[in-house]
Design a protein around this ligand. Structure first.
Ligand SMILES: CC(C)(COP(=O)(O)OP(=O)(O)OC[C@H]1O[C@@H](n2cnc3c(N)ncnc32)[C@H](O)[C@@H]1OP(=O)(O)O)[C@@H](O)C(=O)NCCC(=O)NCCS
Length: 186
């Protein structure tokens, strides 16, 4: 089973993806844009992470496939909460040359359609470092997410603190967006 966007496919992470994921996992420019942090990691650590995925149904991680290219990034639905019907979502395109082509919008639209129309979730949460203008623009500018809060001085990056912006989208926000822009029809 895979999750289809208009262009991208979200599929399971496979063993063959590990060398690329390992490379991205050690790219400091990419990690500066992400919410997590890590030490330099070995291919073996990447493999251990991969081995842990199968037994972790509440934390789903997807490979993003782009036609003619293959693996271009990862997306996730984690901390899935089946009682209150919410989850946390994040994504990244590993290679900068693949950014700014509309892939981010397609991944987020596909994730929302899957979360709201298939998993019956009520809302999704996300967050970003305050300087990540591209992330804020794609989630809140294009995909109907809203800024819902700001945690001051939450990240320490490049020798200073930065705010963490909390964003979220509800099932109704998503439905209103597709009714207004006809994303799946055009
Ligand atoms: C953030 C990210 C997911 C966005 O995906 P993307 O495919 O590059 O974005 P899209 O091409 O779909 O852009 C959608 C809109 O966002 C805005 N946008 C994109 N890149 C931008 C940038 N660098 N600065 C400001 N706005 C930007 C534009 O308004 C764009 O719409 P337009 O092309 O019609 O004007 C992607 O750039 C990425 O993976 N970056 C590195 C990792 C990361 O930051 N992940 C998110 C962590 S919270």
């Amino acid at each position: 089973m895979s999750i289809k966007g208009k262009v991208v496919t979200l599929r399971a992470v496979e063993e063959e993806d590990l060398p690329i994921l390992h490379r991205w996992g050690n790219d400091p420019d990419l990690w500066a844009l992400l919410g997590g942090w890590r030490f330099p990691s070995s291919l073996r650590q990447t493999r251990l992470w991969f081995d842990s995925l199968a037994g972790d149904p509440l934390n789903q991680r997807f490979a993003i496939d782009y036609p003619g290219v293959g693996l271009v990034g990862t997306a996730n639905l984690v901390d899935i909460n089946w009682k209150d019907n919410n989850a946390f979502h994040g994504m990244m395109l590993g290679d900068p040359s693949m950014r700014g082509k509309g892939i981010g919008v397609d991944v987020i639209m596909a994730t929302m359609r899957y979360a709201f129309d298939e998993l019956h979730l009520k809302r999704l949460d996300g967050s970003m470092v305050a300087y990540n203008d591209a992330s804020l623009a794609v989630y809140c500018g294009k995909c109907a997410w809203r800024e819902e809060g700001r945690q001051r001085d939450w990240y320490y990056r490049g020798g200073r603190y930065w705010d963490r912006i909390l964003v979220g989208v509800t099932c109704e926000d998503y439905r209103a967006l597709v009714a207004a822009n006809g994303y799946w029809e055009r």
